[in-house]
Design a protein around this ligand. Structure first.
Ligand code: SF4
Ligand code: SF4
Length: 441
């Protein structure tokens, strides 16, 4: 099981990097070559080893939390490539997320240290699915009514800050129908024989911008003998909060989801977004300081499966090879490094594409999306996207598969900028199409 992406240590109620995890680092430097921020800067403090050293210094009180520390904890992508490369297995994801929570707590203690906008977005929008959907509807109206085109032509986003014009194209495209308008609460297997009972996490961004992927996921599961339950009361998994240091919101959301999903008594809770799956698999560690929740959370976490992982586990129904175009695959960091799921999506794509599947160079190198990193660190994110796109274009693929909404948005942006006609799709979409093509023959 992948190691924690959440802190297991608390100081006066606030998460801090776990001392035992910090001491696991032997400073060997094996992680350096896999670190995108080290590759860009060649600075030790922007490497995993350097950041761990800084966390240790702060923990031991030899340095205070200062601007450099705060900058580095958020300049890190939390891509966790260093975790995959690390011989003694330092759980870097757990460390960085605890360090971010530590930074946020420190900021909150300073006069005007807190970002009100971030607090509002994380605490008032992403914790309330109904409010998020209403805002998404407004955004869709803006995108579809022609207002967006006019605003972009007049360069109006600049009024909200210099960077807004560049950031505007990274806004997710909102779908006309969200998940609950596409799927009933209970979906029966297509052949009528229930072999598995699973529940589907619909997500937050996934629900409003990739609802079609949720629908594809449910249809693929139903084709594989699953009864799929889509609980209406579920909330965001909290990964966005946990990854950005707002661990108190993450715990609130996790508690709601645990109560809702455990009552369903399903064999698996399916996540089709890498960041969500990765985070929910660490719910147990999130409640290390709350014994009354810890066991329930750990049980919940053990039930979470990434869609690709689950399909391979149950021996998914192989469609005939129907894909005539060249296809490649980009590993989402939180699927490859966070969940160690790399073989399964490739197996599914190969089953559909056969020889048309081509392995992408540096497939598991971060694309720069990294949650909200492309919004908070736009220039660095674009440098990473440029590197990724060079490899994508060199592959000659016409279809680029990835299993995370953030990566999909970033890669779609990269393809548009490169003027490349490459479709970015989720594995569930590809598989559903293959099943449907087969049934039409
Ligand atoms: S590879 Fe692991 S042990 Fe070695 S320096 Fe990096 S984090 Fe530390
Ligand atoms: S999480 Fe990614 S960016 Fe951060 S230190 Fe590890 S490899 Fe580097």
């Amino acid at each position: 099981m992948p190691l924690s992406a959440a802190s297991t240590s608390f100081s006066q109620g606030a998460p801090v990097p776990d001392d035992a995890f910090l001491r696991q680092c032997i400073h060997c430097g094996f992680c350096l070559a896999s670190c995108p921020t080290y590759a860009l800067t060649a600075r030790e403090i922007s490497s995993p080893r350097g950041r761990i050293r800084m966390m240790k210094n702060v923990a031991e009180g030899t340095t205070a939390i200062d601007e450099i520390f705060m900058h580095e904890m958020f300049f890190c992508l939390d891509c966790r490539a260093c975790e995959t490369a690390c011989p003694p297995g330092v759980p870097y994801g757990a460390l960085i997320e605890a360090a971010r929570a530590q930074v946020e707590n420190f900021r909150a203690s300073q006069p005007r240290g807190r970002s009100r906008l971030k607090d509002f977005i994380l605490g008032k929008i992403f914790t309330e699915p109904a409010r998020l959907r209403r805002i998404a509807q407004l955004l869709r109206f803006y995108q579809k009514s022609g207002l967006e085109k006019i605003a972009m032509r007049l360069r109006l986003p600049r009024l909200f800050g210099k960077k807004m014009l560049a950031l505007a194209p990274l806004a997710p495209r909102i779908e006309a129908k969200f998940t609950f308008d596409r799927l009933p609460e209970r979906i029966q297997p297509h052949d009528g024989k229930i072999r598995h009972r699973v529940a589907l996490l619909v997500g937050c961004v996934q629900d409003v911008a990739f609802a079609a992927v949720n629908e594809d996921t449910a249809m693929v599961l139903a084709e594989n003998g699953c009864e799929v339950i889509v609980p209406r009361q579920q909330v965001c998994c909290g990964s966005l909060h946990g990854h950005t240091g707002a661990s108190h919101h993450a715990r609130e959301l996790a508690k709601k989801n645990i109560a809702i999903f455990e009552a369903l008594k399903v064999e698996a809770i399916i996540a089709n977004a890498a960041g969500c799956g990765s985070f929910m698999k660490t719910y147990g560690h999130l409640f290390a300081a709350e014994p009354e929740w810890h066991e329930r959370a750990a049980k919940f976490a053990a039930t979470v499966k990434d869609l690709n992982e689950y399909l391979i586990e149950i021996g998914f129904k192989k469609p005939p090879q129907t894909l005539a175009q060249r296809v490649t695959y980009h590993d989402a960091c939180h699927l490859a490094h966070g969940q160690k799921v790399t073989r399964q999506p490739r197996e599914i794509i190969r089953a559909i594409a056969g020889k048309n599947y081509i392995e992408l160079e540096e497939a598991s190198w971060c694309c720069g999306s990294a949650g909200i990193y492309n919004l908070t660190h736009f220039e660095t994110a674009m440098q990473l996207l440029e590197r990724k796109m060079k490899n994508v274009l060199a592959s000659g693929a016409k279809i680029l598969v990835t299993a995370n909404p953030g990566c999909a948005i970033q890669l779609q942006h990269g393809c548009r900028q490169a003027g490349a006609e490459i479709e970015v799709v989720h594995p569930a979409t590809l598989l559903r199409r293959a099943y449907e093509a087969n049934s039409m023959q």
